[in-house]
Write a new protein. Structure first.
Lengths: 666, 75
């Protein structure tokens, strides 16, 4: 069994299904392998030692020089873990002891300093048969009050600015009770004093000498620990990793079925890798291991519903193309896709950067985004930063395309055109006239008035554009939902659940377009065109509601409103672009005002406003454009077809960071 | 004169449309956001779901924005 587990781990593509005790006759859950308990004991030791040394293995995510696994195993077998533990805890124990002693010394010193104004040797504080001695601190001078009850052998000292005074009183036994009561009224707290000889003042230097020595020793031991930590950090990481692997492998029998003479591992293997796994097992065990493919799960939900409970949900192995791979993280933030459904990562990969680019839409902001994104893709290790970097990179490319060819804009200023009272253009700013062919590349809505689409002047056009983009995006979402249900349940189901909504979506689009034609003029005019579009819309909605009715009931009508809400939600594409353009306009206006007549100071101040302002817009762009783009994917798109709650494909495999298996030892 | 007053009224109305809806979105998001942060601290895998809930109230202000823009550019 030991070797079989080893083999399955080295193949690395078997997603094990946990055996449930009692589900197969004659089989039961296995027991951990022999070496496993020793390994977990050692693992605890390594982790304890690592913790004391401040070595955080989890944070050492990257190791340029992994140690050979074979050597690490040999060291573990040679009890080096125990040796390390002994070494570390030897120092730790000594440090604890010294620390304790130092604390006691410090407390004694404190007491002695308080008593040092009394010239009574410490050996005289105790050992009387007829006298009770009170040593302690009080809030205020008790001498008078004690004198009133006939006790006169009282020493009291209260240093200036001290909160509490020190009292030393020698009281005959018969007066002890009265003295105790009187002292209590003055807030008396007894003080433990060290058992030494000589006056307190004489004892202070010796004790403070001891304390200094103890503190020096603690310092020394700390240095020693720091040295050990540096020396053993990589070793501890290697031990930790190797032992974790041993423990994981050793505990695998707890997940499989074992009988008296044999054992069975149930697991999922990607269809494409079945032959390879089978061949690898045959080669290693010479035919003594029997591998059998029980079933090939299709994408229909029915198949899963019929299966035994533990085999019901096959794991999902993400299989996205070059683009989709970068966007698996946003999907995983919502949930792992089910085995039977479409992974939305690729769609997110297409639309998220597109939306981001449309919202940013400025060449000046796009270039830093592309550079930062490319750098992040190259450097970032964690999945989160990879995802952010890919949005910045691909989004930056779209932003550059939109910024140049569509908006013809850089840092909030158009390339071409004349300056106006509040805004300027690059042509006007630099005092040049750009060549005809360059100017001719850009679209213009008002026949040459503005070259390039202006986010602020052409607001209505931008709003319409974003609504159209929204309709396309929503249609894609409903279509994906349709395909999902088609695969899971068949055509009729798919029509009832998603197909009808597609009709309704287009119906609403036509209806609203017709209404806007009729209503948004200076006065309400029902043209032929408007009437026709409204009629088409109404018919499509009627078909949509009728098709959906079987599954959705009254929601088929109520949902129409939310579809309209979804469509309007895309107007944020235009709105966020507008808000950025507005801010850029304001900063440009301010800096140009300062630049003009105010000499050097004005130039510097204007330039500072320009730089800081655009930096701010740029940073805000990440937050607003990125998050709103993502929201459109999550709320408007994925809600239409994505169910999630899948099981992530997690095959038995070993990931080594701090150790490596060399070719020679296989 | 009447036309000028009319333009001013449109501007005020547009401002009210965006301002009031913004306030409403803010109030709603305050509550959702506080609960969402609490939920995420308990279980980080809830991020996606809470994010969806978090941005739902934004729809209100977007409608306000659309109305405001239509007022200014169409009326």
């Amino acid at each position: 069994m030991d070797e079989a587990i080893d083999a399955v781990y080295s193949i690395g593509s078997v997603h094990l299904v946990d055996h449930i005790g009692g589900s197969d006759e004659g089989f039961d859950i296995g027991a951990p392998l022999e070496h496993s308990s020793k390994a977990s004991e050692r693992l605890l030791k390594v982790r304890a030692a690592g913790k004391e040394l401040g070595v955080n293995v989890a944070k050492m995510a990257y190791n340029p020089e992994p140690k050979p696994a074979k050597k690490v195993r040999a060291k573990i077998k040679g009890s080096e873990v125990e040796a390390l533990e002994k070494k570390v805890f030897g120092i730790i124990d000594e440090r604890n002891a010294v620390q304790q002693r130092a604390a006691a010394l410090a407390a004694d010193l404190d007491v002695l300093r308080r008593l040092s104004s009394f010239d009574v040797p410490l050996e005289h504080y105790s050992g009387y048969r007829s006298l009770t001695v009170f040593v302690g601190t009080v809030r205020e001078d008790p001498t008078k009050a004690l004198g009133a009850v006939g006790i006169t052998d009282v020493l009291f000292d209260m240093p200036k600015k001290a909160a509490r005074g020190t009292v030393l009183a020698f009281v005959p036994n018969e007066g002890a009770e009265a003295a105790s009561a009187t002292l209590a009224k003055h807030g008396y707290t007894e003080m433990a004093y060290p058992e030494l000889t000589g006056t307190p003042a004489e004892a202070v230097p010796g004790l403070s000498d001891d304390l200094a020595k103890a503190e020096a020793r603690i310092e020394e031991l700390n240095l020693e620990l720091a040295k050990l930590s540096e020396e053993y950090a990589t070793t501890i990481a290697a031990f930790d990793e190797e032992l974790s692997i041993m423990v994981e492998k050793g505990e695998t029998p707890l997940r499989i079925a074992v009988s008296d003479y044999s054992f069975v591992m149930d697991g999922w293997i990607p269809t494409a890798e079945v032959d390879a796994v089978s061949a690898a097992l045959d080669a290693r065990f010479d035919g003594t291991v029997h591998m059998e493919v029980q079933e090939e799960r299709g994408r229909k939900l029915e198949e899963s519903e019929k299966a035994e409970k533990r085999f019901r949900d096959p794991p999902t192995k993400a299989d996205n193309g070059a683009l989709g791979k970068h966007f698996e993280y946003p999907t995983s933030l919502v949930s792992t896709p089910k085995y039977q459904e479409i992974d939305p990562s690729t769609i997110i990969g297409i639309f998220l950067p597109f939306f981001f680019g449309l919202m940013v839409g400025d060449l000046g902001y796009a270039i830093p985004f592309i550079i930062l994104g490319a750098y992040g893709l190259k450097v970032a290790k964690s999945q989160e930063f990879q995802a952010i970097a890919s949005v910045l990179f691909f989004g930056g490319i779209w932003a550059a395309i939109f910024g140049f060819f569509f908006f013809a804009e850089m840092l909030g200023m158009h390339f071409v055109g004349a300056a106006t009272e509040t805004s300027t253009t690059w042509e006007a700013l630099l005092g040049v006239t750009l060549p005809e062919w360059f100017t001719g590349m850009f679209p213009s809505l008002d026949g040459g008035g503005h070259v390039g689409i202006s986010k602020l002047h052409d607001a209505v056009f931008m709003l319409k554009l974003s609504v159209y983009i929204g309709i396309v995006h929503l249609a894609v979402s409903y279509f994906l939902g349709f395909v999902n249900i088609l695969r899971q349940h068949g055509f009729a189901h798919a029509m009832h659940e998603k197909g009808g909504w597609l009709f309704s979506l287009f119906g609403i689009s036509f209806l609203c377009y017709g209404l806007s034609l009729a209503l948004f003029g200076p006065e309400i005019v029902l043209t032929d065109m408007a009437i026709r579009t409204i009629a088409i819309g109404a018919v499509l909605i009627a078909i949509g509601v009728a098709v959906c009715w079987k599954v959705e009931k009254s929601h088929a009508i109520m949902g129409l409103l939310s579809v309209m809400g979804n469509i309007l939600s895309y107007t944020r594409l235009a709105a966020i672009g507008m808000s950025k353009a507005g801010m850029a306009l304001a900063f440009n206006y301010m800096s140009i005002l300062m630049l003009g007549p105010n000499g050097i100071v004005g130039a510097v101040a204007g330039f500072a406003v320009f730089v800081v302002g655009h930096m701010m817009i740029w940073v805000l762009a990440i937050i607003s454009a990125g998050l709103h783009g993502l929201r459109l994917q999550y709320v408007e798109m994925m809600a239409k077809f994505f169910a999630g709650d899948g099981v992530k494909y997690d095959p038995l495999a070993i990931k080594r960071v701090h150790t490596e298996v060399l070719e020679t030892e296989v | 004169m009447a036309a000028e007053i009319g333009t001013g009224m449109v501007a005020i109305a547009a401002g009210l449309a965006i301002g009031l809806t913004g306030l409403a979105s803010g109030l709603a998001e305050r509550d959702v956001g506080a609960a969402a942060v609490g939920a995420i601290t308990e279980d980080a895998t809830l991020f996606g779901k809470t994010m969806v809930l978090m941005v739902l109230p934004e729809t209100i202000v977007i409608f306000g924005l659309v109305v405001a823009i239509l007022m200014i550019f169409v009326m």
